[in-house]
Write a protein that binds this ligand. Structure first.
Ligand code: SF4
Length: 919
């Protein structure tokens, strides 16, 4: 299977949507020699490529593992439903992208668990990979299945499927884990000894080495190690981010992921203490990367990727102690390299006049994101998001005045103590923000209101709370729908069934494994996708597993109850969470711990809040601000004497700290773009136009026209070719292609024009660009054309196509007998005599549903020639009209001549060999 799997998979690609996500071979991908490695790790993201390729954690692990000699790490994503259906039909296993090896061939299969709604995808991927689902069914010859990410902080609902979990910062653990596995592999010992050895690594949890006991009421009686040789489970933590390995050459995807840009992690951890936010606690304490290090990472990564946009990542970027000096220095660099910067989580307090000045160096401004999370000041104090309405509106005014048209505001409903007044407060605040925009000189000021439902999370002060019922949340959603009726205020509501399921699994225990297994058998997957979630199947699964899901959602836990995640140590004391809970219900805030330690229990002599203390006082000619001091320990206690308990007026509003979970921040955050490319700069205007003839062959035939454009743009950036940019708010590289080549077609002599802002010799252009293009795309000829020459798409009027039809499709005995078919020779020989060749196309008029329309394509077929049928194929040559009027597609010609269906057509090889210019 292994040898031919790639070919078999590639036969499927013409039949499915967006095939470029399955081909691998992206720039910076690391295809190590399988045979020369003794440890092979599959890094799996249990969702689609477009989601998974935006995840920083897997990029870090991919980089660390592949750097180690003898170790190979490859990426695996969940195939979309159309691909999965074809794979199942053809019995093809789930595969890795680098070598297209079956998942079962790897030694270690590691999943990152970013959100609970991906659990069914984990099971689906294991099954597609031919790996037994339950850890107890897997022996030493099966891959070791690992999990990590935020969900691993309560791994119990999925404990039965995993051999081990990595808790916390995986980069500190992964190599120890790899070495332990390699030693075990050489020793030929049994699997139990491997699991025991793994359990001794700090940050690793082996669930099968722990026993779970329940009380009669279904709550936990105990979770304890089965043997004295198993120690306590503590999360792994990287104290100094500057010493941690960070990839400067991440894989540059073909298919556009949700975050299609260079991402650099600025800080890890957050000291704000929002009481609903799990990420804010499990990644404590705050650790910053030095600004100088960020600048170095940026400069090197840019060269190695060619990205046109940079994003700085953090749970709260505005709290980075040197945000303004860093941004100033970055924007200085960006202006030189024509790169935009986006900040997914910018704190409003940092939007000073100085920042606005920086921003005005850029062009278009996308939506700016604010996350008040609650509609009233009272509720914001309950959740420790202590920000007044006045401050929110002042920030909104700053944002609109700085040039943004749109502010996105995120709220949650169903938070503890919430009343209908708080829900109405969401609508009121949205209106006030919109009015503020109008007063600030933006008559068309827009507001997007995103409302999700609160899901209590483990390791937070709200871990004991009841999750609000779906019916009551629905009523609140309806209230918001009634209240928000303004053409410039758009309301987005999160799916309630998804939140319910998330609630069940986020605080669930091991009994849930049964339900998950049944749900998988019933066909559940992609539960995080609203159009894929089948909630009725889940209800059925819970019923068959004899589990009441409400037990996990609609039940307040006693403070004395043993919680399923109590044995996973984050070092935050339960006492701290209980005090925070008490303060929440008495509407008191807790101050920001970077200015005064609240003694949560995380920091000690070795682990502290880490600012940029190793940085020089100047970066790139920009002065740094005074480094903050490590917070003074103030203690948890007595509320009355603690000014923090009165609420801290300086507590910042987090902008774009939009959603409560790390994965949400990581994946869904909407950016406020600070485009720094100087749109009107004359120095970017073209002085030379070069026309390149290039081929697009092999795997590259699966790239769409848009993806091809990105490939060229990034290759130009890496090769440092001085491309010009269009003027306007959203400058684009001035590259102009010929008519789009359909996905799946090879191109032998495609055309593209490149407008350059500095003269470059044609030979030099070709020489510089080719090494930066993926295999399969090659420039074969370059020559100058006049700057004002016609666009290629206008100049081209004919396309020449070579079509190879497999012989099996033309032989009468193998041709589909259900369709009338004449011998191929007769069809081709009588083609000229036909008066018309009618095909049916879907036509859509603006604002109406599409409807079928008959079109005669015969006049656009200028020439049709063919060779003799060989034992393998019949070769046809078509010349088709291009440009204005009715044009034909080669696929349509074959469909109408031979009555081929899509399966037949997937076997045909299409190539555009030439585009002919008007005489
Ligand atoms: S110990 Fe203090 S400074 Fe450290 S994370 Fe906890 S509250 Fe913050």
């Amino acid at each position: 299977m292994g040898v031919n799997l790639k070919d078999k998979l590639f036969e499927v690609l013409p039949l499915i949507s967006r095939p470029s996500q399955y081909i691998g071979s992206e720039y910076n991908a690391i295809p190590k020699n399988w045979e020369e490695t003794d440890l092979r790790v599959a890094l799996c993201f249990p969702d689609t490529y477009e989601i998974g390729m935006s995840h920083i954690g897997l990029k870090i692990l991919y980089h660390i593992l592949n750097k180690r000699p003898g170790v190979l790490a490859e990426r695996v994503y969940a195939p979309w439903v159309d691909m999965e259906a074809e794979m199942r039909r053809r019995k093809l296993p789930l595969f890795s992208l680098e070598s297209h090896k079956p998942l079962a061939d790897f030694d270690i299969v590691g999943f990152t668990l970013q959100y609970e709604l991906s659990y069914s995808n984990v099971l689906n991927m294991l099954e597609l990979g031919g790996i037994p689902l339950l850890a107890s069914q897997r022996g030493p010859h099966h891959p070791l299945v690992l999990g990590g990410g935020p969900c691993a902080f309560n791994p119990e609902p999925i404990a039965d499927f995993f051999d081990a979990f990595v808790i916390g910062d995986a980069e500190g653990v992964i190599l120890k884990l790899a070495d332990t596995y390699r030693d075990w592999k050489k020793s030929h010992a049994d699997k139990e000894s491997l699991l025991l050895a793994l359990s001794k690594i700090e940050g690793v949890y082996v669930p099968s080495l722990f026993s779970v006991e329940y009380k009669e009421d279904g709550t936990l009686a105990a979770i304890r190690p089965k043997s004295a040789r198993v120690g306590e489970v503590r999360r792994a933590l990287i104290q100094d981010l500057n010493l941690a390995d960070y990839p400067v050459d991440p894989v540059v995807p073909y298919l556009q992921p949700i975050h299609d840009r260079l991402a650099i992690e600025l800080t890890r951890g957050c000291s704000a203490g929002c009481r609903f936010c799990q990420a804010g606690y499990i990644y404590r304490p705050t650790r910053e990367r030095d600004p100088q290090k960020i600048l170095e990472l940026f400069a090197e990564s840019l060269k190695k990727t060619g990205y046109e946009e940079l994003s700085l990542y953090s749970l709260s970027i505005g709290d980075y102690s040197q945000i303004i000096p860093l941004l100033t220095a970055l924007m200085n660099q960006c202006e030189r390299s024509k790169v935009g910067v986006s900040l997914p989580s910018l704190r409003a307090g940092t939007l000073t006049l100085e920042m606005a000045g920086q921003i005005s160096r850029g062009g278009r401004k996308g939506g700016f994101t604010m996350a008040p999370e609650a509609g009233t000041e009272r509720l914001r104090e309950v959740i420790n998001k202590g920000i007044s309405e006045k401050e929110i509106l002042r920030s909104a005014e700053d944002v609109y005045r700085a040039g943004w048209d749109l502010i996105k505001v995120y709220f949650m409903i169903g938070q503890p103590t919430e009343t209908l007044e708080d829900v109405e407060g969401i609508a009121d605040l949205a209106y006030k923000i919109q009015q503020t925009g109008k007063k600030a000189g933006k008559p068309g000021a827009r507001v997007h209101v995103g409302v999700s439902s609160f899901v209590p999370k483990p390791h937070t002060p709200f871990q004991w709370e009841v999750q609000e019922g779906t019916d009551s949340l629905r009523a609140k959603q309806q209230l918001l729908r009634r209240r928000i009726r303004h053409r410039n205020i758009q309301l987005g509501l999160h799916n309630l069934e998804s939140s319910y399921l998330e609630g069940v699994f986020s605080r669930g225990d091991r009994k849930l494994s049964r339900a998950l297994l049944i749900a998988h058998e019933l066909g559940c997957r992609f539960d995080g996708w609203e159009d894929q979630l089948d909630f009725q199947k889940w209800i059925k699964a819970f019923k068959h597993a004899a589990i009441d899901p409400d037990f996990y959602t609609y039940r307040e836990r006693a403070e004395s109850e043993i919680l399923p995640w109590d044995h996973i140590q984050t070092d935050i004391k339960k006492k701290f969470f209980l005090l925070e809970r008490k303060k929440a219900f008495s509407v008191r805030t807790t101050r920001y711990c970077r200015v005064g330690c609240r003694c949560c229990g995380v920091c000690d002599e070795e682990i502290t809040v880490k600012f940029h203390d190793r940085a020089p006082l100047w970066i790139e000619g920009v002065p740094l601000e005074n480094p903050p001091q490590t917070p003074v320990k103030e203690g948890i206690g007595p509320d009355k004497d603690d000014p923090a308990d009165e609420g801290d007026p300086a507590t910042p509003l987090y902008v774009a700290n939009a959603l409560p979970e790390a994965h949400d921040l990581d994946i869904i955050a909407v950016t406020s773009r600070l485009k720094v490319r100087s749109a009107a700069s004359d120095s970017l205007q073209p002085v030379l136009r070069l026309r390149a003839e290039f081929c697009k062959k092999g795997e590259m035939r699966f790239l769409s026209h848009l993806e091809l454009g990105k490939v060229f743009h990034r290759a130009l950036n890496r090769a440092e070719v001085p491309i010009s940019y269009s003027r306007g708010y959203h400058p684009l590289p001035m590259i102009s292609f010929g008519p789009a080549l359909p996905v799946g077609y090879e191109g032998c002599r495609e055309l593209a024009d490149f407008f350059l802002r500095e003269p470059v010799q044609p030979e030099m252009f070709q020489e510089r660009l080719n090494p930066h293009l993926p295999p399969g795309i090659r420039i074969v000829k370059v020559y100058p054309v006049p700057l004002k020459a016609k666009a290629i798409s206008e100049a081209v009027d004919r396309g020449v196509y070579q079509i190879k039809i497999p012989a099996e499709l033309l032989k009468a005995e193998t041709h589909n007998q259900t369709r009338p078919s004449k011998p191929w020779r007769y069809i081709l020989e009588t083609f000229k005599e036909r008066k018309e060749l009618v095909v049916t196309r879907e036509k859509r008029k603006k604002g109406t549903a599409s409807s079928p329309a008959k079109v005669d394509i015969k006049p656009s077929i200028l020439s049709l020639e063919w060779s003799e049928l060989s034992s393998e194929f019949l070769e046809m040559k078509l010349i088709l009209k291009m440009g204005n009027g009715v044009t034909a597609k080669p696929v349509e010609v074959l469909q109408s001549l031979f009555d081929f269906n899509s399966e037949d057509l997937a076997k045909v090889k299409f190539a555009r060999t030439e585009m002919l210019l008007k005489d």
